[in-house]
Design a protein around this ligand. Structure first.
Ligand SMILES: NC(=O)c1ccc[n+]([C@@H]2O[C@H](COP(=O)([O-])OP(=O)(O)OC[C@H]3O[C@@H](n4cnc5c(N)ncnc54)[C@H](OP(=O)(O)O)[C@@H]3O)[C@@H](O)[C@H]2O)c1
Length: 247
């Protein structure tokens, strides 16, 4: 249980972040969620319920990240748990990708994570838990995914380095590495539910566990890493990918 803890979840307005917000709230934490889309955030805040706060902040912009941390400080005072989860995913084929697409991916997935961690450290309690969100794509070579895979490999490296750097404050930094998870990230505009299910089933056939993952599968691993049962895990990455990266 996370009773009395405070948690910030970037990208908490959708998918894995939203499921994690619901899970941590259910375990007794006070939760702040972020995203860039105000309407999505408000709808997510209502789903999580309780005294959840929603903060509109783009992780590509340092001043917005700093304002986010200030808002958390104002609402909660101190922070015990950070899930740096906000991210984007799209292909960047080597032959056709322009620098704008490359930069956006790195700005959100890499720079955004680094400065999110930096911004909350002054309000973070010693002994707290930081969880970063990597991906199975950081461990496997998949055609057309060079920038996305490299961005997640960078976050895997942050996990080790920041874990080492923050031991003096007993802040544990670990990562979850999701496989293909059924979130809005996998949906295309205008797609019917039947079309999405057919897509999800076809992806599931490539996963040893036989299905796509659910956001709740990842949320459970984040809740474990956030809690006292994980105090001997440092710099680790838990694969929540149905065996995809290992088998
Ligand atoms: N789904 C998968 O198969 C999968 C697999 C491996 C790893 N992951 C990782 O899991 C994380 C969450 O993805 P998801 O699948 O849950 O996708 P999702 O449903 O699309 O959620 C992404 C979240 O990130 C937020 N976000 C995106 N850009 C942002 C920015 N510039 N600043 C602040 N927030 C931003 C979005 O909010 P707005 O839309 O309001 O900006 C949303 O809340 C990502 O880091 C992703 O790489 C996902």
């Amino acid at each position: 249980m996370l009773t009395g803890k405070t948690a910030l979840i970037t990208g908490g307005s959708s998918g894995i972040g939203l499921a994690t917000a619901i899970r941590l709230h259910a375990e007794g934490a006070r939760v702040a969620i972020t995203g860039t889309d105000g309407a999505k955030l408000e709808s997510a805040r209502a789903k999580v319920g309780g005294n959840t706060i929603a903060i509109q902040a783009d992780v590509r912009r340092l001043h917005e990240i700093e304002a986010m941390a200030a808002r958390v400080a104002e609402a909660f005072g101190r922070l015990d748990i950070l899930f740096a989860n906000a991210g984007v995913a799209y292909g960047t084929p080597i032959a056709t990708t322009r620098d704008e697409a490359f930069d956006r991916l790195m700005d959100v997935n890499v720079k955004g994570v680094f400065f999110t961690v930096q911004s909350v450290l002054p309000i973070f309690n010693d002994g707290g838990a930081i969880i970063l969100n990597t991906s199975w794509l950081g461990q496997i070579g998949t055609p057309g995914r060079a920038a996305l895979s490299a961005s997640k490999a960078a976050v895997r490296s942050f996990t080790r380095v920041l874990a080492a750097e923050l031991t003096n404050r007993r802040i544990r930094v670990n990562a979850v590495s999701p496989g293909p998870i059924e979130t809005p990230m996998h949906r295309t505009p205008g797609q019917t539910e039947a079309e999405f299910r057919a897509y999800a089933d076809s992806v599931g056939l490539k996963v040893p566990a036989g299905r796509m993952g659910r956001p709740e599968d990842v949320a459970a691993a984040v809740a474990f890493l956030a809690g006292d049962d994980a105090t001997y895990l440092l710099g680790a990455e838990i694969n929540v990918d149905g065996g995809l990266a290992e088998i």
